[in-house]
Design a protein around this ligand. Structure first.
Ligand code: NAG
Ligand code: NAG
Ligand code: NAG
Ligand code: NAG
Ligand code: ZN
Length: 375
């Protein structure tokens, strides 16, 4: 009696994520492979993403990840985000002017279409490109894809283009000759942790999630990589791991490693960050009951609707606390040197302990995401 009860209990815990969030059971899976498309530097713009932006850390540099998703049943291929094109001066003038002025800078460019082709993935085999949203650092250069590649965009994406609209950030070549589908979540009956979902292949292998707030039409994805484990592609729902962590549920599932907690005592500046058990000059991470950074709500915030963005982030953060879901956002600098890249796949992240070994690295002084003391 007792042993079988224990088995039932542990099985219940193992299945908790899918059931708790209302994700239907399924055996259907996709393969997810990540690409690093380049680094973008935004001069004196940290405050447009996260608050507080500490003295000496006003300039932000982050990677741009793109993802190849392959359906295991049909071998159908798609891309979730493309990173940015390698020729920024050919973007619409409203964006290229930022590059010309040096406010935006591009480094380590590795164009996604070239990486795919060099990796033996013919562009003709990419049935669909999904943009998490229409910002330049996600849309790549659609003109390099054949007309047969469809484009999927989120609800309410602003589709006006340059030159008809001189201020547009998109241009005609982003859409020309292509079948475009704008998602509609209103008829969806699926909701995971408050996020409206669309079952893309109608077999439970890949869901698109409505995560509004960063800009109109912002979406995320939830990919089933084994029957019980998932990769959530969060787009720009958040930019820095410290906007998601450490919330209380996350602290329970992923307690801060002892040696890191010890380093944090002196590396996190108590003039900027507080927790109940901190003392002046010694920051206690274990008792921190909220994420380290807030979504920026300053007038020049890159979150167009900061309150809505914060709510989408709260919902996605429930996935981040779950041991069966690995959340990867497009610009997570803490994953810069640890995210396995194509041709490796992310599917075995759980066996490989990838989540345990990376979720706290943003707090390590030697990690590029570290931003918790003035420079
Ligand atoms: C950085 O941005 C802030 C806020 O927009 C502004 O007040 C400050 O003058 C800028 N600093 C530099 C060096 O441009
Ligand atoms: C473009 O932006 C400028 C400056 O913000 C503004 O004055 C102008 O009205 C805008 N034009 C259009 C067509 O939206
Ligand atoms: C693909 O689209 C472009 C841009 O609209 C068009 O010029 C071209 O004729 C199309 N090619 C085919 C094969 O349909
Ligand atoms: C920080 O990261 C470096 C490089 O991965 C590692 O050697 C070091 O042990 C880490 N420090 C802490 C306190 O975890
Ligand atoms: Zn972005």
């Amino acid at each position: 009696m007792f042993p079988s009860l224990l088995i039932l209990l542990s099985a219940g815990i193992a299945l908790a994520s899918s059931l708790e969030f209302g994700i239907p059971a399924s055996q259907a899976t996709v393969t997810v492979q990540a690409f690093h498309v380049g680094q973008v530097t935004l001069v004196n713009l940290t405050h447009a993403f996260i608050l507080p932006a500490l003295p000496g850390r006003e300039t932000v540099q982050f990677p741009m990840f793109a993802f190849l998703v392959e359906h295991q049943g049909s071998q159908s291929r798609m891309m979730f985000d493309l990173g940015m094109r390698k020729d920024p001066l050919n973007l619409a003038p409203s964006i290229s002017s930022g590059f010309a002025a040096g406010m935006f800078q591009l480094q380590e460019t590795n164009d996604i279409t070239e990486q795919l082709e060099d990796g033996g993935i013919k562009l003709e085999t990419i049935e669909t490109v999904i943009w998490s949203h229409s910002h330049f650092d996600h849309i790549g250069d659609m003109s390099k894809f054949p007309n047969s590649t469809n484009l999927v965009i989120g609800p309410g994406t602003v589709t006006s283009t340059f030159p008809q609209n001189p201020n547009a950030s998109l241009q005609a070549s982003d859409f020309a000759g292509r079948h475009i589908t704008e998602l509609d979540f209103t008829s969806s009956k699926l909701t995971f942790s408050g996020l409206q979902a669309i079952d893309f292949f109608e077999d439970g292998s890949f869901y698109l999630l409505n995560t509004p707030g960063h800009v109109s039409g912002h979406i995320s994805a939830l990919a089933r990589v084994t029957p019980t484990t998932f990769v959530s592609l969060g787009g720009d729902t958040f930019h820095h791991a410290g906007e998601a962590r450490p919330r209380p549920a996350f602290q329970q599932s992923f307690p801060c490693p002892a040696h890191l907690a010890e380093e944090i005592k002196s590396s996190f500046d108590t003039d900027f960050f507080w927790s109940p058990k901190s003392t002046d000059g010694a920051f206690d991470i274990h008792s921190r009951a909220s994420q380290m950074f807030e979504v920026s709500d300053l007038p020049d915030s890159f979150y167009e609707f900061p309150v809505t963005a914060q709510v989408s982030l709260e919902k996605l953060a429930t996935f981040d606390a779950d041991p069966d879901i690995f959340v990867v956002v497009a610009h997570d600098a803490s994953l810069q040197s640890t995210l396995p890249l194509f041709p490796a796949s992310l599917n075995n992240w759980k066996e490989a302990n990838l989540k345990e070994s990376t979720v706290w690295t943003f707090a390590n002084t030697s990690n590029p995401a570290f931003a918790f003391s003035p420079m």
